[in-house]
Write a protein that binds this ligand. Sequence first.
Ligand code: SF4
Length: 120
Amino acid sequence: MTEQGRLAYLPMPVVVDAAYASRLQEVGLPERRYRFSQPCVEGACSQWTGEGCAVIDHVLDDPPDDARAPDARETRPGTLPTCAIRRDCRWFAQRGAAACGACPTIVADIGGTATYRRPG
Ligand code: SF4
């Protein structure tokens, strides 16, 4: 998460192992500052609608606030964020460039329940 409140992308995927996860935890709730990815597990995820991921549909079709609406400047050809996981990205496969326009605004833990529920 940058000071401007938008995610920046890593040029190469970084594997988060136990030691790295532990270091991230030491400085606070990592999901407020990073968004992590993993292979989509479809029906094994509570966000799966049966046809796709409810998170990106929610953000694009019913943005929680204006700041999360897709930024058209980032969905024109050649302007998509440089992203190391696009080839495997569920959101991109599901919603195309529009997903990439909203993607930098989506953080797992914003202290509410719009995109994330704490267990328990
Ligand atoms: S929505 Fe686009 S920018 Fe975001 S992770 Fe997927 S491919 Fe990358």
